[in-house]
Design a protein around this ligand. Structure first.
Ligand code: EPU
Length: 438
């Protein structure tokens, strides 16, 4: 298993380019199930989660290839399979996003229930509510959610839940609604840019969706959808991670292929922490301050602070000059990184869905363990400013959402290296072998 070693203390400078969005690409890939004819999706990053969804789609009769430009071409060759199996769904809960398109196109969907994960409970009641409102029946059978319909009919659906809107629940409902008879109105829809990108993709396939990106989405059902070509939006979470890395290391980094409009809440937090941020149409320059100021952070559905940057922001606040309170309103248990950051000397106290962060002057490198994707990113960020070497294990979590992050941080000046269990970590003295002893 791979690990990453980071030697703290380097100031990051230079330019880095952000990839296409993982969380936009996944539902868009699933939407290819709806098309008659091939879909070509540009900007899909080379990530483990993308590979997992390609495996799910393969079991559902979808062939794929990357063309010479790197674009992903998806083509449905067999419309008979309807099952997304446990072995794949348990690797990536976002596989649930095949539910809506399978139901709409094939009349039945059998998707393994995702089960729990490191960031907490991941219920799918709102996904079921959405498709049931369109006329489907759903049931849990042998660990699978099974949805069936003769045909789907447009409806008015309120999709808000106890934690606000649902991103993939909205995606599933609108993918099912786009082939339903009549008009569907989804209220309390997720406003995330990834939902808007999915709607844009479906509209270029011949769909008719209005209002995506706002809380009220109107979907006019069409008879069929054709394959199309689409470029996914830049990954706002990857962009935010590089912005935080720059702010944390007193760096000066220009981040390209980013839409600052998608990152208003993160930019606001970083400015309040003392970073200087210049936003351009498609790029962003971040200059980190000498001393970071404490800031309170509360995660919320878009356009609030994304839960997917909570862990990375916490790494930054660990060395701010005072007390910050970080409150998680989307996944109240998404705090697996806290105990690992404490191992690096962070002064953190968990109080219900909040963590009180008392900034320390210095973190110290330690052996830490990644528990989920964004927690892994936060440990790498903490390692960039810790004294000595931080060794992050289980980095396969990181590979689910960041493509070659260590190479890209190294290009900005970080001292970081990936190694596998068989190798000696780069900071440790090489063992004296019999040969070298001679
Ligand atoms: N929820 C319900 N019932 C449901 C669905 C969700 O109560 O049926 C709750 C969840 O438990 C949570 C809240 O609603 O409290 C929001 O969850 P949501 O459904 O929006 O999450 P998701 O769509 O499953 C996507 C991202 C996550 C990101 C969340 C929140 C993808 C592939 N995943 O998940 O990304 O954290 O939205 O923004 O888009 C990540 O990339 O690291 C990641 C976990």
């Amino acid at each position: 298993m791979d690990r990453i070693a980071v030697e703290g203390g380097s100031r990051l400078t230079g330019t880095v380019r952000v990839n296409g969005s993982k969380n936009a690409a996944l539902p868009i890939m699933a939407a290819a199930l709806l098309a008659n004819g091939p879909s070509v999706i540009e900007g899909v990053p080379l990530l483990r989660d993308v590979k997992t969804l390609l495996d799910v789609l393969a079991t559902l009769g979808v062939e794929h290839e990357r063309d010479e430009s790197g674009a992903l071409r998806l083509r449905v060759v067999d419309e008979s399979p309807v099952t997304a199996p446990y072995e794949l769904v348990c690797q990536m809960r976002a596989s649930i996003c095949v539910l809506g398109p399978l139901l709409a196109k094939r009349g039945t969907a059998r998707v393994s229930l995702p089960g729990g994960c490191a960031i907490g409970v991941r219920p799918i009641d709102l996904h079921r509510k959405g498709v049931e409102a369109l006329g489907a029946t759903t049931a849990v059978e042998h660990g699978y959610v099974v949805a069936r319909c003769d045909h789907l009919r447009g409806a008015n659906i309120f999709l808000g839940g106890a934690f606000g809107s649902t991103v993939l629940g909205t995606a599933n409902t609108l993918m099912a609604a786009c082939l339903a008879d009549g008009v569907t109105t989804i209220e309390s829809a997720a406003c995330e840019p990834e939902v808007e990108d999915l709607a844009r993709f479906i509209n270029t396939m011949g769909g008719s969706i209005e209002g995506a990106g706002s809380p009220v989405v109107r979907v006019k059902g069409v008879r069929s959808l054709r394959g199309t070509r689409h470029r996914v939006i830049p990954d706002r979470i990857e962009a935010a991670t590089f912005m935080i890395a720059a702010a944390l290391t007193q760096g000066d980094v220009t981040i390209e292929n980013v839409r600052p409009l998608h990152l208003g809440a993160v930019i606001d937090i970083l400015r309040r922490a003392g970073a200087e941020i210049t936003a351009y149409d498609n790029a962003c320059r971040v200059v980190g301050p000498r001393t970071l100021r404490p800031v309170d952070v509360t995660t919320l559905p878009y356009p609030g602070v994304p839960t997917d940057v909570q862990a990375q922001l916490m790494a930054l606040l660990c060395i701010a000059s005072g007390i910050s309170i970080v409150t998680e309103k989307i996944y109240p248990d998404r705090f697996m990184h806290v105990a690992e950051l404490q191992r690096m000397g962070a002064d953190l106290r968990k109080e219900g869905p909040s963590v009180i962060v008392n900034g320390v002057t210095e973190l110290s490198g330690a052996q830490v363990m990644a528990s989920d994707l964004r927690a892994s990113a936060s440990l790498i960020l903490a390692g960039l400013v810790a004294r000595g070497t931080t060794e992050v294990s289980r980095v396969y979590h990181l590979d689910r959402g960041y493509e070659r992050i260590e190479e890209r941080l190294r290009a900005l000046g970080a001292s970081i290296r990936r190694f596998d269990d068989g190798e000696v970590p780069p900071d440790k003295p090489q063992p004296v072998t019999a040969e070298s002893n001679v």
